[in-house]
Design a protein around this ligand. Structure first.
Ligand SMILES: Cc1cc2nc3c(=O)[nH]c(=O)nc-3n(C[C@H](O)[C@H](O)[C@H](O)COP(=O)(O)O)c2cc1C
Length: 217
């Protein structure tokens, strides 16, 4: 069983990457073959959907984006994987541009223009989205109406099978807040949340990875 983890944060050791890493450990523990892709790896050259419509040509190769750039082999592995977990920080209310580009290229080829109700499914999978943010809690998250903007990624992943979301709120953005012009954040509070809530989020991520694999058996 293959489990692919997509890090949509530019930080390879940040909150999103740590949570994805723990989910990956859980998946590995449950017996999956795992891989992490850092979308912001500087060696990767890609854009979002180029509107070439190769995926819509009658009689053509459906389901996977064939645009020839560095994302193509990653998208191939994503559609072949049994489990797909995407992680992203909230950037100005949305998933990061890198993850959006990935999602456009993953989702659009699976959309069936002849019948929206029947997406082109190459390999049904279980999926999850991990979302990290400064936003302090779920109540504020819903007030700001982030769910509409953010959870669409998870809903779209649901095209490939059952999907769930893990939120991590009030994350530690800077190791040393005193170096930054960021007085609206209380460093002591951030440190405390990091030592308690974030540790529990890491455990939730581990359990998520474990569960996704166990449920797929
Ligand atoms: C460009 C940028 C925009 C951000 N916009 C938001 C936002 O709209 N809402 C929010 O709650 N946090 C926002 N944040 C904070 C990040 O979502 C948060 O620090 C996240 O946990 C960072 O993830 P990482 O450690 O994996 O990079 C933003 C951060 C950056 C760099």
């Amino acid at each position: 069983m293959k489990a692919l983890f997509i890090n949509g944060s530019p930080r390879t050791k940040g909150n999103t990457a740590q949570l994805l890493g723990r989910a990956m450990e859980g998946a590995r523990k449950a017996g999956a073959e795992t891989e992490m892709v850092n979308l912001y790896d500087r060696s990767l050259n890609y854009k979002g959907c180029m509107s070439c419509f190769a995926c819509k040509i009658r009689g053509g190769n459906k389901g996977v984006c064939s645009f020839p750039d560095d994302l193509k082999p990653i998208l191939q592995r994503a559609v072949e994987a049994d489990i797909l977990v995407c992680g992203t920080p909230v950037y100005c209310g949305y998933p990061t541009a890198g993850l959006r580009a990935f999602m456009e290229r993953l989702i659009f080829p699976a959309v069936n223009y002849s019948d929206y109700s029947k997406p082109v499914i190459l390999n049904p999978k279980r999926s999850a989205t991990i979302i990290t943010m400064n936003c302090p809690n779920e109540e504020v998250y819903r007030q700001i109406n982030y769910p509409y903007l953010m959870d669409t990624s998870a809903q779209q992943l649901g095209m490939f099978g059952p999907s769930e979301v893990l939120y991590s709120f009030d994350t530690l953005q800077f190791n040393d807040y005193s170096r930054y012009d960021a007085d609206r954040f209380d460093p002591a509070h951030k440190a405390q949340v990091h030592q308690t809530q974030f540790q529990s989020d890491l455990e939730k991520a581990y359990q998520l990875g474990l569960r996704l694999v166990e449920d797929s058996k």
